[in-house]
Write a protein that binds this ligand. Structure first.
Ligand code: UDX
Ligand code: ADP
Length: 459
């Protein structure tokens, strides 16, 4: 079959995988391909055991793989074939040199730009999909246009707003798609081609076109605003725990104000995920590089508060358990950075586990999907850790349970059975406020929710 257009994603991870699968399903007349340097990942995309878990993703991949959706490791041939290339490679925070711990490590991006030039024999549209610092599109353009083959590459920014665990739904029902382009004739033409893709399933009013800078910055700012809400509610939770206020009541009360809105107001052990911290630190880096010290400090505080929230949770556990957890078994229920994903990047559970191990606790970690990642995350950290898929077995003989991820199944466990088999006194630390605290208290647990008074049987 002749396809109208060839669309390629370089990078087949959490961003590239779901995005391209949805594009392929919604645009059957386009040939959609994903390539990756990670051969094992591509082999898994071509198998029944996909490398990432997203609700609804496996069904889409199975229904169109080999028809207009392809996964390959032949990056050169795929680039040559492509009319439009989405660059969805990862951009971790730099761990070395200038800007270490803050700026994005752009080596993968730059490498990709060189690879594109090397294998191209015709003009192409390059879509910046990975979350990148402002002005990356410009830098990429310079590398791409420095080719001596006389080729033209038009770079368009199309930031990703999907959240893990709901990626397919977010893509299908996107609040908005943002397309940043140059204000030139060729820039506008390239943007129209990207608009055409999304118009297959989204109304025109949901597709916003801006200049490249606005598009790149909007992505960072959207994540900074979202993370800031969590740090704000977590800061509120700390005040609530010292007073008689209840953070869930406060969240409900302020959420009814339409200017504030009810979503993203759940106090927690802290936010995680591959985007929030990285994007905010990028913003801080950009602000500092412009000499905007207050602006940099302001956003940096969102991250600092999040770090403090994790440490405070551990301190609360240790202090409730008579100031020592050494040798005590603690069951951590949940390790993923949020429910419905196996992803643990920047998960608060990593820091909490590490800090509890420093206190010499004995950990039993349970999670429905994230145990393989958890094992990797804690590799090399000294201490006793057991990885246990069954939450009941994880809790067996434990002195405390700590809920670190809001998996719905943790709401419905048989807590009286769990209580019977735990060490007494038994503690629950609900880092996500998902359990029925008065019921647990009645069963005999000492219960420590987030942002409200604990329920303790001690006088
Ligand atoms: C985020 C953005 O939502 C998305 O638009 C962007 O493209 C990528 O980054 P994601 O990291 O997948 O998506 O997850 P998100 O649902 O935003 O949650 C991030 C973290 O905040 C999680 O650890 C979550 O548990 C935490 N969170 C979220 C809270 O602690 N409280 C809340 O009320 C909401
Ligand atoms: P994200 O959440 O941004 O999608 P992932 O790590 O899940 O991050 O996915 C990024 C993917 O990009 C990885 O599978 C990685 O192997 C791939 N990748 C990184 N650099 C390159 C490159 N130069 N060429 C092709 N793929 C790359």
């Amino acid at each position: 079959m002749e396809f109208e257009k060839n669309i390629l994603s370089i990078g087949a991870g959490y961003v590239g995988g779901p995005t391209m699968s949805v594009i392929a399903r919604q645009c059957p007349e386009y040939r959609v391909e994903l390539v990756d340097i990670d051969h094992e990942k591509i082999a898994r995309w071509n198998s029944d055991d996909l490398p990432i878990y997203e609700p609804g993703l496996a069904e889409i991949v199975q229904s169109i793989r080999g028809r207009n959706l392809f996964f390959s490791t032949d990056i050169g041939a795929a680039i040559d074939r492509a009319d439009i290339i989405f660059v969805s490679v990862n951009t971790p925070t730099k761990t070395y040199g200038y800007g270490a711990g803050m700026a994005s490590d752009l080596q993968y991006w730059e490498q990709t730009a060189h690879t594109i030039v090397q294998h191209s024999r015709g003009d192409k549209i390059i879509v910046e999909k990975s979350t990148l610092p402002v002005r990356t599109a410009e830098a990429m353009e310079r590398i791409l246009s420095a080719n001596d083959k006389g080729l033209r590459f038009e770079v368009v920014s199309n930031p990703e707003f999907l959240a893990e665990g709901s990626a397919i739904n977010d893509l299908m029902k996107a609040d908005r798609v943002l397309i940043g382009h140059h204000q030139s004739k060729t820039g506008r033409k390239a943007a129209r081609e990207i608009v055409d893709i999304y118009r297959h399933w989204l109304p025109a009013r949901r597709i916003i076109t801006t200049n490249v800078w606005s598009s790149e910055l909007s992505k960072l700012i959207a994540n900074a605003f979202l993370a800031q809400r969590i740090s704000s509610i977590n800061a509120t939770a700390q005040i609530c725990e010292r007073s008689d206020a209840d953070v869930q009541e406060v969240a409900r009360a302020i959420g009814t104000d339409r200017r504030i809105g009810p979503r993203f107001l759940n106090a927690s052990v802290g936010f995680g995920g591959s985007c929030f911290k990285k994007d905010i630190l990028n913003l801080v880096y950009i602000a500092r590089s412009f000499g905007l010290e207050e602006v940099a400090d302001y956003w940096n505080m969102v991250v600092r508060l999040n770090e403090a929230q994790k440490a405070r949770f551990v301190r609360k556990m240790v202090s409730a358990m008579f100031n020592t957890v050494a040798g005590k078994k603690i069951a951590l229920l949940g390790f993923a950075f949020k429910a419905h994903t196996g992803d643990t990047r920047e998960s608060p559970a990593i820091d909490i586990a590490r800090q509890l191990l420093e206190e010499r606790a004995v950990l039993a970690i349970s999670d429905p999907r994230a145990l393989d990642n958890a094992r990797r995350d804690l590799e090399g950290i000294p201490g006793k850790v057991e990885f246990q898929p069954d939450p009941y077995r994880a809790a067996d003989g434990a002195s405390a349970l700590a809920i670190l991820t809001e998996w719905p199944e943790y709401r419905d466990l048989d807590y009286s059975r769990i209580y019977r088999r735990m060490n007494k006194p038994a503690f629950v630390f609900d880092g996500r406020n998902i359990l029925n605290h008065p019921v647990l208290f009645k069963l005999g647990f000492n219960v420590y929710p987030l942002g409200k008074k604990g329920l303790s049987h001690f006088r």
